[in-house]
Design a protein around this ligand. Structure first.
Ligand code: AMP
Length: 249
């Protein structure tokens, strides 16, 4: 069984993002970029399934600018066998990515596609769900445990009231939640090995997909700044302020 893992190149989670002066988006010039953390979890899970003998090949795929190849090399260093770069400079929205992935699902016929539950840059939480709909496959989102048995996969999800366990026939789409696993550290020998693994380059047109954006971003703005706090002398003064100034009690 093949496992396809889409990995997105995003602003590193440690970076404090800055909004561009003209309000058209976030400034990514000279900013550290990394693999979306949920996608690292997805690659780790796919590699673990291969190590357990439940899968035979792990294919990482990234859609976007040429630097996505660095993200793919990281996926290969974690343990993916080969990578596909769908190269485009166009702004990619979740529907366009889902269409590209659906075309790759049709071509590669994976038994499982494991995506991140959301990309930490756009927080869309849409691509996996759209891919499931476009490919006509069952989906289990926000997985905290994934077990493959025969031609079925069992996915545990953390929900408000406890745990929900879903069983789906393969092929299927799974999206990862934070507690699914802890991705391994990438070692230097594996980084060196990853350089030799196959990385295929395709263009959206090769997959017959029009990636033109369907949504228009009107404005991106920083959250309103918080006012400085004050110190109060005692509890009585605090209660007085909460009652008469903030009017919250
Ligand atoms: P989103 O729907 O944008 O929050 O993204 C959810 C998941 O879809 C991500 O965690 C990735 O697994 C996948 N994904 C989104 N955009 C891309 C992309 N440009 N290339 C590869 N995978 C992507």
């Amino acid at each position: 069984m093949k496992i396809l893992v889409p990995v997105k190149r995003v602003v590193d989670y440690n970076v404090k993002v800055r909004v561009k002066a003209d309000g058209t988006g976030v400034d990514i010039a000279n900013v550290k970029m990394s693999m979306n953390p949920f996608d690292e979890i997805a690659i780790e899970e796919a590699v673990r399934l291969k190590e357990k003998g439940a899968a035979t090949e792990v294919i990482a795929v990234s859609c976007g600018v040429s630097q996505c190849q660095e993200t793919l090399r990281t996926a290969l260093a974690i343990g993916a066998d080969r990578a596909i770069h769908v190269e485009t400079d166009a702004e990619l929205q979740p529907l366009a990515v889902a269409k590209l992935l659906a075309a790759l699902v049709a071509k590669e016929q994976p038994g499982l596609v494991i995506l991140g539950k959301q990309a930490i840059d756009d927080d869309a939480n849409q691509t996996g769900q759209m891919l499931a709909a476009l490919s006509g496959l069952p989906q289990a989102t926000f997985a905290s445990k994934v077990e493959v048995a025969g031609d079925r996969v069992e996915v545990t999800r953390e929900i408000d009231g406890g745990l929900e366990v879903l069983s789906m026939g393969l092929p299927a789409i799974v999206t990862t939640d934070l507690r699914l696993n802890e991705p391994r550290y990438v070692t230097l020998p594996n980084i060196m090995k990853a350089k030799k693994k196959p990385l295929e380059n395709v263009k959206p047109a090769d997959l017959g997909v029009d990636v033109a954006p369907r949504l228009k971003t009107l404005k991106v703005a920083e959250p309103a700044g918080r006012k400085a706090g004050i110190k109060v002398a005692d509890v009585a003064a605090l209660v007085d302020k909460l009652k008469n100034e903030a009017k919250v009690i």
